[in-house]
Design a binder for this molecule. Structure first.
Ligand code: NAP
Length: 262
């Protein structure tokens, strides 16, 4: 299948590690100019080296994406470097969770401030460039916690469910301009974040976190947790010309865990 991605220009937030980095590499492999943003210069540099070995020369911007000013800086840097933005992968997220009986509202605030607000801000900032070309793809990485609340995942879930709402509303607002906005909801995925998230439980239960992740994977119909490359493959399709009739939808990649239909 010709994905029609060669020469397109993308921003990937949280693109230095985990799912974001694999999205950047997968897009670079298709000839996309990628701009990655995250806070830590060292990991950005490492990711950029890999990107430059994979596809067109990329760009990296060190920025904490919790502020409007830094979101603006990232989008401006991509426009200055590449001349515009065709694809935005909103991926950044680092929510801290706690049991609902001890949950401080500040943790919900923090989760929204980084993930949900940056997704909204970054989308608003790239849409003018996409409108100019009457072509654009915005892919939001949410997560299955948005529609599967538990007593321990409310900050993550609050951020994700709001992103699902934003996805639908943004899609309605820009569909006529040739811009497709969709969400991917991964389940547990083999990244540093999965280890941070499950670390507390592993410690509480006196287990090794790697053994816990393997056991959690075995409980799924898939028999294992997801690899970030698998999420990146779906993101690459959603970013492509081949994806031409999906508007405001959410794709679940949770190894078959979700019970709801569809
Ligand atoms: N892994 C999972 O099991 C899983 C499941 C469902 C959904 N997700 C979602 O998938 C997305 C990616 O998760 P991941 O597992 O790939 O995470 P990860 O491996 O922890 O990577 C997170 C990325 O975000 C960057 N980042 C964190 N805080 C930032 C900030 N304030 N400003 C700018 N960049 C920041 C990190 O770099 P710096 O730390 O250097 O800034 C890094 O590049 C998240 O939205 C997460 O909620 C993950």
């Amino acid at each position: 299948m010709d994905l029609g991605l060669n020469g397109k220009r993308a921003i990937i937030t949280g693109g230095s590690r985990g799912i974001g980095k694999q999205c950047a590499l997968a897009l670079a492999r298709e000839g996309v100019h990628v701009c990655i943003a995250a806070r830590t210069q060292e990991t950005l540099n490492q990711a950029l080296t890999e990107i430059n070995q994979t596809g067109p020369k990329g760009h990296a911007v060190a920025a904490d994406l919790t502020t409007q000013a830094n979101c603006e800086r990232v989008v401006q840097a991509a426009i200055d470097r590449f001349g515009g933005v065709d694809i935005l992968v909103n991926n950044v997220g680092a929510a801290r969770n706690a049991d609902i009986l001890e949950l401080s509202p500040e943790l919900i605030e923090d989760a929204l401030a980084l993930k949900t607000y940056s997704y909204l801000r970054m989308s608003q900032l790239v849409i003018p460039s996409m409108k100019e070309n009457r072509w654009g793809r915005i892919i939001n990485i949410a997560g299955s916690a948005g529609t599967s609340p538990t007593r321990g995942n409310i900050p993550t879930g609050a951020a994700n469910i709001t992103i699902l709402n934003i996805t639908r509303a943004l899609s309605d607002a820009v569909a006529a301009d040739g811009i497709l906005v969709n969400t991917v909801c991964p389940g547990l995925t083999n990244t540093g974040r999965a280890r941070t998230q499950q670390g507390a439980r592993a410690e509480r239960e006196g287990r090794d976190v790697e053994e816990l992740l393997q056991a959690l994977g075995q409980e799924l119909p898939a028999g294992r947790i997801a690899e970030p490359e698998e999420v990146a493959n779906v993101v690459t399709f959603l970013a492509s010309e081949a994806c031409s009739y999906m508007f405001g939808t959410a794709l679940y990649m949770d190894g078959g865990k979700r019970r709801a239909t569809p």
